[in-house]
Design a protein. Structure first.
Length: 243
């Protein structure tokens, strides 16, 4: 009985530590990332009061509000991805079906960039996990690949079933990432090119959200250059501890 009590206490302490760490990180991230858009928003409000072209000033304010909305939404995704594990909704997820839906949803975005999304998934692969977290993880990687894919190229998505794990790879044919930054791209708010991500509306959270969601399923996410392009691979154990 004393052993069971000790184990229960350890689990409670670990859960509390996880929640407190997620809360501290969220507060630090918010205070760091909200400074610039709030400053630009304040400037836009002052400009709207004095500028002759009110419509342009209002459009500037609306753009900054949209950026703040995207930023807060991304922060909430990060917090959920590393928050209370007991709040996850575990179910049997067909990864082929999930990838099919995601590629269909992202095809419109790819077509706007004169690209196409190609899916190779030979058979269903069933995984026990949180469908919403997995969907967000893969969608963030896929949309990131579409964002930086050159016009007229393809984004290749492959699902490879293995005896103990499912392997998902997403490749674009862009310029890739410097080798010394391949691990840094999974850090929150990291940007390979500040100007490029600012122009595209990115805040450097997509891959961080994806990696944390995959880690909750006892999986691994890695990136490597394939010349040309970047390939992001996800390994998800089929007998995951999440079950």
């Amino acid at each position: 009985e004393i052993g069971e009590l000790a184990r229960a206490f350890d689990q409670m302490a670990q859960r509390t530590e996880t929640l407190l760490t997620a809360e501290r990180r969220l507060l630090q991230d918010i205070s760091h990332e909200l400074r610039s858009p709030l400053a630009r928003l304040s400037f836009g409000v002052e400009l709207a009061r004095t500028a002759e072209d009110r419509e342009a000033a209002v459009a500037r304010i609306r753009k900054e509000v949209d950026r703040l909305t995207n930023l807060v939404g991304g922060l909430l995704q990060v917090t959920r991805a590393e928050g209370d594990p007991d709040q996850r909704n575990l179910e049997d997820v067909d990864l082929r079906d999930l990838l099919t839906q995601l590629t269909d949803d992202c095809s419109i975005e790819a077509e706007k960039r004169m690209c196409e999304v190609l899916l190779e998934a030979p058979k269903p692969v069933i995984l026990r996990g949180d469908r919403e977290l997995l969907r967000r993880a893969i969608e963030n990687v896929l949309r990131n690949a579409i964002r930086y894919a050159p016009e007229g190229t393809a984004i290749e998505v492959k699902l490879q079933p293995n005896p103990d794990a499912a392997s998902i790879s997403i490749r674009d044919y862009g310029s890739g990432v410097p080798d010394d930054l391949l691990t840094d791209i999974f850090k929150p708010f990291f940007r390979v090119g500040q100007a490029r991500d600012t122009a595209s509306g990115g805040v450097g959270l997509g891959l961080a959200i994806a990696q944390r969601a995959v880690a909750l399923h006892q999986g691994k996410m890695q990136a490597r250059n394939v010349e040309p392009g970047l390939l992001v691979s996800v390994e998800l154990p089929l007998n995951s501890a999440a079950a």
